[in-house]
Design a protein around this ligand. Structure first.
Ligand code: FES
Length: 137
């Protein structure tokens, strides 16, 4: 599996997403509370672009008359028919056993590490003392 740099962390603020195309696949990258998750930007139901869906939470209830709103910002609701998916895993809440969105591993890497090439020039310490440049060779 090849690796691709698709954005800076600043390009995708918390609670938003960015759509990128990698090897012909349109992929939506979401920032959920500072963690990044990526999945195919196509709903498995009828193909809506999931990047336009609402990011919501889950409402849980153990008995009539009581409910709890949990996991705010972790669930994506499809913009066409409202199917809901766990952004962290791509799993559907409609039919968890058989329906999910293809997801891709996403990670944060330091920029300097990514641009570091395989070759290294010989370097010498340099310092400035009283207006003179001094090299240590
Ligand atoms: S296209 Fe997504 S729920 Fe129908």
């Amino acid at each position: 599996m090849a690796r691709y740099v698709v954005a800076t962390t600043g390009d995708i603020p918390v609670g938003t997403n960015k759509v990128v195309t990698v090897r012909g696949r349109e992929i939506a990258v979401f920032n959920v509370k500072g963690a990044f998750y990526a999945f195919l930007n196509k709903c498995p139901h009828e193909g809506a672009r999931l990047c336009h869906g609402a990011v919501v939470g889950l409402v849980r209830s153990d008995e009539p008359g009581t409910f709890e709103y949990t996991r705010q910002g972790e669930i994506l609701r499809c913009p066409w028919h409202g199917w809901e998916f766990d952004i962290r895993t791509g799993q559907s809440w409609v039919d968890p056993e058989n329906t999910w969105v293809k997801n891709y591993p996403a990670s944060i890497e330091r920029g300097g590490k990514l641009v570091e090439g395989p070759y290294k020039a010989e370097v010498f310490p340099v310092s400035v003392e009283e207006d003179y440049v001094v090299l240590e060779v």
